[in-house]
Design a protein around this ligand. Structure first.
Ligand SMILES: [Zn+2]
Length: 192
């Protein structure tokens, strides 16, 4: 991740292990990670958890299959989120997020339970969503999958913004075409 704007977590038996607040990734060590229960109780660690721990907790509570979560403010996806627009099925890789689009949540103040709930709703039935005027959330069955998906959302947002900027109207894939994409992904192994 290019900046400190974002946070990462991995599910544990008791909750999840999350990056701490106000510590640059460059100096982060394992000891700086904080284990937090889904109710916010700090189980292990001497640092304060990321201010977005509620977002992680709400999504882990809602999505038992999620084992890792990556939250970024990657610039192109964040730009799109500021228009409160998600990504339509303009490219087949949209299916990596688990459906026909990558939705954008409603807006809420960062760090709040309201944002956590808005994110859990937006990502329903998907593995990624945008957060309005804020950034990106991606989940996976492991950290590598969640991180790959977060990067792919950034790539897709970049391509989509380029299309819009060129004044071109993307030709969207049909639901049937997206079903075929998902089947094809299933054939060679899912990424997350
Ligand atoms: Zn954020």
């Amino acid at each position: 991740m290019p900046s400190k704007s974002g946070n990462v977590s991995v599910r544990t038996e008791g909750g999840f292990l999350i990056t701490p607040s106000t510590l640059p990734y460059a100096v982060l060590t394992e000891e700086d990670l904080v284990e937090v229960a889904l109710d916010g109780t700090v189980l292990h660690g001497h640092r304060r958890p990321s201010s977005e721990w509620r977002l992680h907790a709400a999504i882990y509570a809602a999505r038992p299959e999620a084992k890792a979560l990556v939250h970024t403010h990657s610039p192109r996806a964040t730009a799109l989120s500021c228009a409160r627009r998600g990504l339509p099925p303009f490219h087949y890789m949209i299916a990596l997020a688990g459906g026909d689009d990558i939705p954008c949540s409603g807006y809420a103040t960062f760090g709040t339970q309201e944002l956590a709930e808005a994110a859990a709703i937006a990502i329903r039935g998907r593995r990624a969503c945008l957060l309005a005027n804020h950034g990106v959330v991606a989940i996976g069955s492991g950290l590598a999958g969640a991180e790959t998906l977060a990067r792919e959302v950034e790539n897709l947002a970049s391509e989509y913004l380029d299309l819009l900027q060129a004044g071109l109207e993307p030709v969207l894939l049909t639901p049937e075409e997206m079903v075929a994409v998902t089947a094809q992904f299933g054939g060679y192994g899912r990424i997350s």
